[in-house]
Design a protein around this ligand. Sequence first.
Ligand code: HAM
Length: 425
Amino acid sequence: MKYKAVRGMQDILPQDVGIWHWLERKARSDLESYGFKEIRTPLLEDTSVFVRSIGETTDIVKKEMYTFKDKKERSLTLRPEGTAPIVRSYIEHSLDKAQYGSKLYYIGPMFRSERPQKGRTRQFHQIGIEVFGSKSPYADVEVIMQLRNMLNSFELEDFTINLNSLGCNEVCKPKFTDKLQKYLEGKESRLCEDCKRRVKINVLRVLDCKKDSCIQVVRNAPSTLDGLCDPCKDHFDRVKEGLSKLKLINIKETKNLVRGLDYYTGTVFEVTHPDLGAQDAIGAGGRYDNLVKDMGGPDTPAIGYALGMERIILALRNKTTSTDTKSEGVVYIATLGDMGKIEGLKLADEIRKALPSVVLLTSTMESSLKSQLRAADRQGAKLVLILGEDEIEKGEVLLKDMIKKDQVPVKRKDIVEELKKRLKC
Ligand code: HAM
């Protein structure tokens, strides 16, 4: 039997991992400069954590979760998203009282059993943030501004931030549900089978359906924005005004943007990128002012978003700028004979201590110089240090430049200085 990765789940191979490290590094440094602290929750949660928050009638809960029973018959689920586990953790550990509880970020894998296609996998990775405790529209503005700045720091510019407001659970959403159900009356036969059911149980989801027939039906549907209550309208107006005063471009008010998770209230947004085809959302988020309370915690407003890392990498694929792993810093030590091997390890130790940013590779194979040089080339070495018996006797190292294709003897005691000069480190 030939083993293969599970369908929809991908290996990230050594030749591709550089861009993942780059993205994670940039995200961490950006988020920490805004005062965010990382939180790491388990990959498995009690299934009810997701059912309660994302919503029983959503596609994620109904069709896409990896749910199973453990030996004690407890129902567990591989997390399909990060917000619900973080809210669970926020409540369990009373993070509302903790020094670092209000601005959290996470980076890690999520699992959804969707049909795999370009930009859609069954294990995917998100970079996300959750901000707890502020009802102010300026919290929305700051989150969207931080999101824009972080995408820019990833060297992404051609994206659009689609913006909408769903209003509150108390007044706006029930009123809109009614209005939308009335609009859809008599049009049910043109909806897909799923949406026929959604009309009765969770009509907002019809606006989210990606089937052509349903898109046609809802084209002229009422907008959530038309029925907002005064406080929700005022909140959304102030968010838009703030974004426009900060000259945040690429923002587009998008009626019918409702998001596929039930916990949202008020401001919602989705970032799309033109190079991605059908799965064009590189990230999305919004307010969820009722969720902490609904899950048993204190009444705490909140807002957050998550970016899909695979999709960001797809959008970056045509760029070959700072995301490339550079080979300038790679030095290879080729050694001959037993003495050479030991001296090589000693030399590597000295160089690693003096120049920690240099990637230093040593040959532990007892192979010819020619095959060691081939290995050095394959691994992207710019410089090779050659140590054989002759060099050891003379107290020298032969330094070979793999790009200029020349070599010079260097005194062993001068080698660190010489590397510093040549690698500019
Ligand atoms: P979401 O819209 O379900 O929101 O996912 C956010 C992003 O994750 C999507 O825009 C997309 O880039 C990526 N994504 C989702 N599913 C897949 C998939 N199957 N394959 C590849 N990428 C995918 C949430 O998850 C919310 N928790 C976001 C949030 C945080 N809202 C408030 N706080």
